[in-house]
Design a binder for this molecule. Sequence first.
Ligand SMILES: NC(=O)C1=CN([C@@H]2O[C@H](COP(=O)(O)OP(=O)(O)OC[C@H]3O[C@@H](n4cnc5c(N)ncnc54)[C@H](O)[C@@H]3O)[C@@H](O)[C@H]2O)C=CC1
Ligand SMILES: O=C(O)CCC(=O)C(=O)O
Length: 487
Amino acid sequence: MGREVQVTIENYINGEWCKPVSEKYIVNKNPANLAEEVGNVPDSNEQDLDAAVAAASGARKAWRSMAGAERGNFLYKVASIMEQNVDIIGTMMTREMGKTLGEAKGEVLRGIAILKYYAGEGMRPVGDVIPATDPTALMYTTRVPLGVVGVISPWNFPVAIPIWKIAPALIYGNTVVWKPARETAVTASLVMKCFHEAGLPAGVLNMVIGEGKLIGQKLTEHRQVQGITFTGSNAVGKVVGQTAAARGAKYQLEMGGKNPIIIAADADLELAVEATISGGLRSTGQKCTATSRVIVVRDIYESFRELLIERVKQLKVGNGLDGDTWLGPCANQKQYETVQHYIEKGIAEGAELVIGGEPQQEASLQQGYFVAPVVFDQVTSRMTIAQEEVFGPVLALIKADSFEEAISLANDTQYGLSASIYTKNIAQALAFINETEAGLVRVNAETAGVELQAPFGGLKNSSSHSREQGQAAIEFYTAIKTVFIKP
Ligand SMILES: NC(=O)C1=CN([C@@H]2O[C@H](COP(=O)(O)OP(=O)(O)OC[C@H]3O[C@@H](n4cnc5c(N)ncnc54)[C@H](O)[C@@H]3O)[C@@H](O)[C@H]2O)C=CC1
Ligand SMILES: O=C(O)CCC(=O)C(=O)O
């Protein structure tokens, strides 16, 4: 690939592709090769956002008045268009944020499955009939959409996360203003193109690209936006929640994790090592559900550690478009610097860096944000790398004297998104399920791996205590209306 910019993308407002009012653009580069410019993306301002919110407000009435099945048909169409573009969207995702092509295409397929799932929601029951105290009356609940929903999405799952927010918002009758992460806005525009080609009525879904602290913040503050759904960092999530709450808007936050895997004394070590690697290092560790703390019971600590290191040595770091690459680069400069910061912090606080972290020697890797996957040994729960979200290919090994101590270490964090255990002992598995403070608990499976038909969300500081995906999504995107009819 040369230095030339590949594409210039635009905002999508009221059914049309629009230049940003500022006419300013930012260049997105390939994190695997910074010489490659992937696209020019709009640097929008408040006027672009106002136009998008006005379009979404204008489209509300007609969209919510349609039958659910009719709204569902649009989502089926989007899914079918996306099915024809899996390679294009997947390849762009890899070029724009670095994850391997296999993972990127897998994510597009997941987006398609989510669209189909929510398309079907348009035909499923809403509400209950509730006996009224007056036997001649009919009392029941129905659900109404919130109105305009603001979707603020991150760069780590640039297709699946926005779709798991946009699809339920639309099927339940809301209109949407979407602010994708600027870092993956070209991929976002390909997703938007699928909605456009499906013939969605003008204004129902709008996309404005720009800096989070401007467009995201203004979207959150906007009086004509009735709900805000956010996935990203805890620092920004807190501000989004406070801003929305201050003006009485509904909000939903999915934020960080510091997810533990417990390796019990009776675990199948081969399987546990595979799950640790897959959960911790796939997508270069940039998942909110990524395994970052590996809590191993003393009896098997040494054997597990040796197996893990041997296996990590085999992982091939490289450009995600190359077929033999297992691990791509960090997605952007900020993320790369964050990972370097935590590696230095881990060493400074006395953890032993057993493998990884060193600069890449291969010439082809010098131009990107590559980090060799890291395993830290001798980590204690009070160290920064055991407490703060790294969001990179860094595993922290923590030794537990007993199963009980392993659970208490697992819970020793402000976060509570996902947690897993490897054990063959049913009593231990049940104790883990009962006592672990996490919204997603997995036995003999890795910490990552969210299923679209099941509720997803965290405890403690990982979320605003709401749930996304599956039928749980209806709770955020609608309000209950209780109806009483007397003949
Ligand atoms: N839970 C998750 O899946 C994710 C977690 N993160 C965490 O966040 C860290 C930093 O990554 P960032 O990309 O900087 O995350 P971020 O929280 O800044 O970005 C997430 C989204 O929020 C937008 N945003 C930024 N400032 C905003 C504001 N003031 N008001 C409204 N929206 C705003 C961004 O443009 C993006 O669309 C990562 O190292 C990781 O720890 C990042 C991405 C996803
Ligand atoms: O584990 C997954 O598949 C989903 C991860 C996720 O939701 C995130 O990183 O934001």
